[in-house]
Design a protein around this ligand. Structure first.
Ligand code: ATP
Length: 235
């Protein structure tokens, strides 16, 4: 589905990603964990086309998409739920969702997708006419994920969905991510500082350290290694 080859990304002279290569052959949850500044968000933004890599390539279903614009990537089936949620606070919940379907012109398809999001997140349905900025932090995160689902992605990129949430809400968000992945049979790339929780729901995971992939394995194998926990995960 996704193949990333030798991806290097710079911000000016700062190298944020260094020859990162990996492939996601099938559906499931794939996590990238690592400390602050490890390059996790940069990886998501490069896959989405929001940042241009210095070198390397990104393939999606065997097609080289390295030069494609972000909307073209959305059209092909990639969707990003960004760090910090970035919902449109001054408009309603439902208007936020509709914004996520901006490439689709078929009203019945859009209505079906809205209904689908409300099935995952009934709270959003209750609040559909409410201004998004007045939602709680957890509800705003649900909305951000819902909006990303509105383009019916085959690959959903989730950047730090647990950020700033109370522990019980973090658990709820991770459970929802698993439920969404399984019911839609899509691939999810999850980027998280909350390594323990992310690894627990991941089929496969990678550890990023200062822009370089240093470790990989099943979520369970990484989380159960004392050395990995101490050295890389800080748990
Ligand atoms: P966090 O968990 O804190 O969000 P991260 O693993 O997502 O961190 P990135 O945000 O990808 O890491 O940052 C990787 C490196 O690139 C860091 O050194 C960061 O300071 C730098 N960086 C990120 N965005 C920019 C930018 N717009 N301009 C300059 N440097 C940047």
């Amino acid at each position: 589905m996704l193949e990333v080859k030798n991806l290097t990304t710079h911000y000016g002279i700062i190298r944020a990603l260094n020859r990162v290569s990996f492939s996601i052959p099938q559906t499931g949850i794939f996590s990238f964990v690592g400390a602050n500044g490890a390059g996790k968000s940069t990886l998501m933004r490069t896959i989405m086309g929001l940042v241009t890599p210095t070198s390397g390539e990104v393939f999606f279903f065997q097609q080289n998409i390295t030069e494609l614009t972000p909307p073209s990537r959305v059209y092909k089936g990639i969707s990003l739920c960004p760090e910090g949620r970035r919902i449109f606070k001054s408009v309603t919940v439902e208007e936020n969702l509709l914004a996520g379907a901006y490439l689709c012109k078929d009203k019945s398809i859009i209505a079906g997708r809205v209904g689908n999001v409300y099935e995952f997140f009934p709270k959003l349905k209750e609040r559909r006419k409410q201004r998004a900025g007045t939602l709680s932090g957890g509800e705003q995160q649900m909305l951000a994920i819902g909006r990303a689902l509105m383009s019916a992605p085959k690959l959903l990129l989730l950047d730090e969905p647990s950020m700033g949430l109370a522990p019980n809400l973090v658990e709820m968000v991770f459970e929802k991510v698993k439920e969404i992945q399984e019911s839609q049979n899509i691939s999810v790339i999850l980027v998280e500082q909350n390594a323990e929780m992310a690894l627990a729901i991941s089929n496969y995971a990678y550890v990023l350290e200062v822009g370089t992939l240093v470790l990989e394995g099943t979520g369970i194998s990484l989380i159960s290694s004392d050395e990995v926990r101490k050295k890389y995960l800080g748990v």
